[in-house]
Design a protein around this ligand. Structure first.
Ligand SMILES: *Cc1c(COP(=O)(O)O)cnc(C)c1O
Length: 825
């Protein structure tokens, strides 16, 4: 058979992707044989399916080569477990990665088709909330590009992140039924399925050697079925896999009812078990302790670990080799149940004793922490765990017992340390998932220098003391392939023409641009590209909102999830201040400026939704005011997602990264904007600090309290009333909102915002940072009046973004945390 495979993959039956004629013939073949449509009557959707099926064939061939090589080399690999992957559309990415975009474009043109129109047919798979899911996607891209043996695991949500419209100024959520017309990229693995068990009870007994053994019986089972999506890297022979699990009811489950003659019940329960992969929880940086979410997490973890262990045993036979052959990276605590699940598999399925099982487990996992916000730290009620996962609760108790022994040894007589470090929060009777992940991992990492420092000093100081070297920093990054090469062809071409294309896989090569900041001809071309991108963005927004932006105005952009800590409210306060200033005609009149805000609020997060409404109310007032609208315009961009980001980011002049210092773990939006030549106005938070260090103080607008100052100010007793009393501009802005100026139909509409700022003590220091923000914005306005200097700084930002590639993050993980090497292929 092997010679047939070789012949099929290498022989002349294969499509030659550098030959237009060969591509055209293949397209027609796929259209007829796979899509089943007559090319004469085919619409854009048929063409999209045809192109993707053609690419899918190539993906499969090359994927096979990669996995054969991996098995052959017995390579150590890394499994990236993430409940979210925000991959963006696949079509253009695969074409770019294979280097066949222009040939495909030409081939389609010859058939009377437009590649860009075809690419628009693809739904954007929104299997994530925001930064965390997008990070996972960037990491898979970097791993494949640099030939690391990586493998992703996630959930194939039937409904991804909701799509957002704005109606009467308010967010409305619509289900994202992204699969309703099929997903041509996936390979369904009917044969790869695992039972995942819930509920039931534990029976323990002594085995023939007198050892205590436990079994989990009378469980309710759901089947996890594998769907594979191939992951390509740029100009790389390595194709890796993203395996997404879908929940199916088990046959046994159906039969139980069926045999009782209760057909309708059987079908109903089938639907119930399938709800596990039905929908992504649309919450970013907050947790909701729902049982279905716990089950979803366990479903994902159990299926992935069963699959990983089975694959390991096929290749290596010996479980003792697990820590040598694999590393499992936990993207946040969502997959933290992997720790007790691995223990269960090793002990209850493979018969290992506790100690050897624990030694193996601790050598396998690494955990990435993503947040400092207390409301985002996962905990689960003990009662719920007992009901849903009784065996895991027992294992967690045993892990905690051993862990607390060590704590007692390390901190003798320190009851406070015991209480703080326990996996069990006694006061709330909940299990702390971050503690479980820390104890079960060999390395824990934060995602920016400040974040890692705060984790070590404030959040988990005793853990850091007990295990020196366990906490490390890996600053996040973004892939320059999607966030420059693909989304900004104008700037990419300009850069490549000037310095070559090494930057596509080594972003530090961009430093070669630095001298060009002093070249007036280059500056002119750089700003001409920005201008075209702004026109493209203006047209895009007009289509979405009906409001046209003037590409000559400064495009001031804040797009990200709507959250109090990200302080979209501070942005609005500045907008209102500008509005007042312009109306009064007081000198100097700033602008013209277009303020663009976009992002989704969690459906149950009332204050975030109210902030969206305020932005829209303010926009309506300003955009309808003939005295103001030529100097200031406000646009709320609906449905921020990867596809919209790809148009928005290249068109920005100013990037708003204004979270309260000490709240944003890293941010990655900040990196994408600077890479595309926007200047940043930002606080000393997350990766902004490292961005400032790289681009230089003169090339970024930094303002506001530092993380330490925020903590001190709060400690000393922060008084929001006093801040407002002492600042007449701020007082006018606040009064305008609370008096109902922007909501005359309902004057008290924004009282909840007033309460958050005053009654609840302005937790995110919006008022405290207002004046400093205004000053920084004034400096922005002044600089924008000097286009040559602005252009110099923008070019220097691009040139100095080398550090913020996800390639650098992945090389760091590979060397310092995972100990993996690129594959030979
Ligand atoms: C990059 C990205 C984010 C993260 O943005 P932050 O500004 O870091 O919060 C969120 N959503 C999408 C669609 C992104 O592309």
């Amino acid at each position: 058979m092997d010679h047939l495979v070789k012949d099929a993959l290498e022989g002349d039956r294969r499509v030659d992707t550098q030959d237009v004629d060969s591509i055209q013939r293949a397209l027609i073949t796929y259209m007829v044989r796979v899509v089943g449509t007559d090319p004469r009557s085919a619409g854009p959707r048929d063409w999209f399916l045809t192109v993707s099926h053609l690419l899918k064939g190539i993906l499969s061939e090359r994927g096979m080569t990669t996995s054969r090589a991996q098995y052959g080399q017995g390579t150590r690999r890394v499994y990236y477990l993430s409940m979210e992957f925000l991959t963006g559309r696949r079509l253009m990415k695969h074409l770019l990665d294979f280097g066949v975009e222009s040939k495909m474009r030409e081939a389609l043109e010859g058939l009377g088709q437009d590649l860009d129109a075809i690419a628009e047919e693809e739904p954007d798979p929104a299997l994530g909330n925001g930064g965390l899911g997008r990070l996972a996607a960037c990491f898979l891209d970097s791993m494949a590009t640099h030939r690391y043996p990586g493998y992703g695991y996630g959930i194939r949500y039937q409904f991804g992140m909701f799509s957002q419209t704005i109606e009467d100024g308010q967010q409305v959520e619509h289900p994202d039924n992204w699969l309703h017309r099929g997903n041509p990229w996936e390979f369904v693995r009917y044969g790869v399925n695992y039972p995942v068990r819930f509920h039931g009870r534990i029976v323990c007994f002594k085995d023939e050697k007198g050892r205590q053994k436990c079994q989990w019986v009378d469980t309710e089972d759901v089947l996890a079925m594998a769907y594979d999506m191939k992951v390509t890297g740029y100009d790389s022979p390595v194709i890796s896999n993203l395996r997404l699990w879908s929940a199916q009811s088990t046959n046994a489950f159906d039969l139980r009812y069926f045999n009782q003659g209760n057909y309708i019940e059987a079908v109903k329960d089938k639907t119930t078990s399938e709800t596990l992969s039905k929908v992504l929880y649309p919450m970013d940086s907050t947790v909701l302790g729902q049982e279905l979410r716990l089950k979803q997490e366990y479903f994902f973890v159990s299926a992935s670990l069963q699959d990983i262990v089975a694959r390991h045993l096929r290749a290596h036979k010996d479980l003792a080799l697990l820590p040598d052959k694999i590393t499992i990276q936990l993207n946040d605590t969502h997959p933290a149940l992997a720790v007790p699940e691995m223990m269960r598999i090793l002990m209850d399925v493979h018969g290992l004793d506790w100690e050897p099982a624990w030694d193996l487990t601790r050598g396998i996992f690494c955990y990435t922490n993503h947040t400092l916000l207390p409301e985002a730290l996962e905990t689960w009620p003990i009662g719920m765990l007992e009901h849903v996962l009784p065996r895991h609760l027992e294992i967690i108790y045993q892990i905690n017992h051993d862990h607390l022994q060590q704590v007692r040894f390390r901190f003798p007589g320190d009851m406070e340390a015991l209480r703080r470090m326990s996996l069990v929060d006694d006061s709330t009777q909940r299990i702390r998932m971050a503690h479980l992940a820390i104890v079960g991992s060999k390395r824990v990492n934060g995602v920016a220098a400040l974040h890692t420092r705060l984790l070590r000093e404030n959040v988990f100081p005793e853990f850091d003391e007990m295990s020196p070297g366990k906490f490390v920093n890996v600053t996040n990054g973004v892939t320059q392939r999607r966030w420059l090469l693909q989304c900004n062809p104008g700037l990419s071409d300009l850069i490549t023409e000037a310095i070559g294309d090494a930057w596509t896989t080594d972003l530090t090569a961009l430093t070669a641009l630095e001298p060009l900041a002093e070249d007036s001809a280059f500056r002119a071309r750089f700003m001409a590209v920005k201008r075209i991108n702004k026109e493209r963005l203006a047209v895009h927004m007009k289509g979405l909102t009906g409001v046209m932006a003037d590409p000559d105005s400064l495009f001031d952009v804040q797009v990200k999830r709507i959250h109090e800590y990200k302080r979209q409210l501070l942005n609005v306060l500045h907008v209102i201040h500008l509005y007042i200033t312009i109306r009064e005609g007081g000198a100097p009149v700033p602008g013209p400026r277009t303020v663009i805000v976009g992002g989704k609020a969690a459906p149950g997060y009332h204050l975030a939704k109210l902030i969206i409404r305020l932005i829209n109310d303010v926009a309506l007032t300003i955009n309808n005011d003939p005295q103001v609208r030529d100097r200031l315009r406000v646009i709320f961009m609906p449905n921020y997602n990867v596809s919209n980001a790809e148009v928005t980011i290249p068109g920005a002049d100013l990037s708003e990264q204004i979270s309260t210092a000490g709240t944003e773990a890293s941010g990655t939006g900040n990196m994408k904007f600077a890479l595309n030549g926007a200047l940043t106005i930002g606080t000393l938070d997350g990766a902004n600090i490292e961005i400032k260090e790289e681009v230089g103080d003169d090339n970024i607008f930094i303002f506001g309290l530092t993380a330490d100052e925020v903590a001190q100010t709060k400690q000393r007793g922060y008084n929001p009333w006093r801040v407002v009393e002492e600042d007449a501009d701020l007082k006018r802005v606040i009064d305008m909102i609370t008096s109902g100026f922007f909501s005359p139909q309902q004057v008290n509409r924004y009282h909840a915002i007033r309460d958050a700022l005053f009654e609840e003590g302005d937790r995110y220091m919006v008022l405290a940072d207002f004046r400093a923000y205004l000053d920084a914005q004034a400096a922005v306005d002044a600089l924008y009046q000097d286009p040559e200097t602005w252009a110099r700084k923008a070019i220097l930002n691009v040139a100095r973004m080398g550090l913020f590639s996800s390639d650098r993050s992945i090389h760091t993980y590979a060397d310092d945390i995972w100990s993996i090497k690129p594959m030979e292929l």
